[in-house]
Design a protein around this ligand. Structure first.
Ligand code: ZN
Length: 351
């Protein structure tokens, strides 16, 4: 499996190093698997080490298990693109809304999963625009990407999609989850992903959900991060898709919570990139502490370390509890187009 990722940019390492790395990947996969259902803590260095981006896509939702999928994705700090079927969205708008609330991108996968190449132009037009409307009214987000069911397309369909502002996206890697692939086969298929590429997966399949922690361990080991799919190129890019700000955002300005909670927490911003930044919070006055932090939408926390996080229903308010890792915890926030806002510490309490 490592031979397939060797190339000019990544010479094949010696056998011993390959073996050690494979064991490391396995250990990480086991650790991540054991932590499924919880937000996975990571170190700041691993959070920052994105050599490239891949597009994880989930088709045919929303389904009855969309919330289970979103839980796994959130627990593994994954943002993905959901190619939704219009009539499923109409039948379950709250699940589509939950996708967006969980930080996913929503996209168009036709109204009822028909073979669209057998439609005429006006049928295609009505199918795709009806789907756009259902997604927009459920989520407030107008889709910019379209994937034809079965990957079946023609020039008429592509031009109809383009006229509705939809970029067609097929896939580079097929996970085969729709075809009964086992968890290990799905993980192995995903390990072929290269920078910029897109993988086909599906909402509603247990093996797919079970594969996500190991898929992420493999991607992390190769410096690949989950990204968004660019509506202009159809390739996976850094999550907010916007270029780095021309004026660097402020760094190092501390914020402290209101007094009276029994401890104080001070935030600094030691690392700022074009699309995300790290926050480091140091607690004084307690070794057993609970700190509540809020980020400003559409910013979103993607990774945390040195604490045990939980989230309110909006996903923008994080409660971090000490977990024996000391008095400084941290997290990475995706800017998602807002490069100036910084998190607010709402409270610091003991216990
Ligand atoms: Zn499909």
């Amino acid at each position: 499996m490592f031979a397939s990722i060797s190339g000019p940019r990544r010479p094949s390492p010696p056998r011993a190093a390959r073996h050690a790395r494979r064991l490391a990947v396995l250990a990480t996969a086991v650790a991540l698997g054991a932590a499924a259902g919880l937000t996975v803590a990571a170190t700041p260095s691993s959070a920052a080490a994105c050599n490239g981006y891949v597009g994880l896509t989930f088709d045919d939702g929303p389904t009855g298990s969309t919330n289970a999928l979103l839980s796994v994705l959130r627990a593994n700090n994954v943002r993905a693109t959901m190619f939704n079927v219009g009539q499923n969205v109409q039948g379950n708008p709250s699940a589509a809304r939950a996708q967006v609330d969980a930080g996913m991108w929503v996209a168009n996968h036709s109204w009822n999963h028909a073979h669209m190449t057998s439609m005429n132009q006006s049928q295609m037009q009505s199918d795709l625009s009806q789907t756009n409307s259902a997604i927009q009214s459920a989520t407030g987000v107008r889709p910019q990407l379209f994937r034809p069911p079965y990957g079946e397309t023609n020039s008429t369909l592509q031009s109809v999609a383009a006229s509705l502002g939809l970029r067609q996206v097929i896939w580079d890697v097929d996970s085969q989850d729709w075809n009964g692939a086992s968890v290990s086969q799905i993980v192995s298929n995903a390990s072929r992903l290269q920078d910029g590429q897109v993988i086909l997966m599906h909402d509603g399949i247990q093996n797919t959900r079970d594969a996500i922690p190991q898929i992420m361990a493999n991607l992390n080991s190769r410096g690949l991060c989950p990204g968004m799919i660019s509506p202009s190129t159809g390739r996976a890019v850094a999550p907010d898709g916007t270029p780095p700000p021309t004026t660097p955002p402020p760094t190092g300005s501390p914020t402290t919570p209101p007094p009276g909670g029994g401890c104080t927490a001070t935030a600094t911003f030691p690392n700022v990139w074009g699309d995300r930044y790290n926050t480091s919070v140091t607690v004084q006055g307690a070794s057993n502490w609970t700190v509540v932090v809020a980020v400003t939408a559409p910013q979103r926390i993607s990774t945390t370390w040195n604490g045990t996080p939980s989230w309110d229903s909006t996903g923008y308010v994080m409660t971090m509890r000490s977990n024996g890792s000391g008095n400084t915890f941290g997290f990475t926030t995706m800017m998602s187009g807002n490069s100036s806002a910084r998190p607010q510490i709402r409270s610091c309490t003991t216990g």
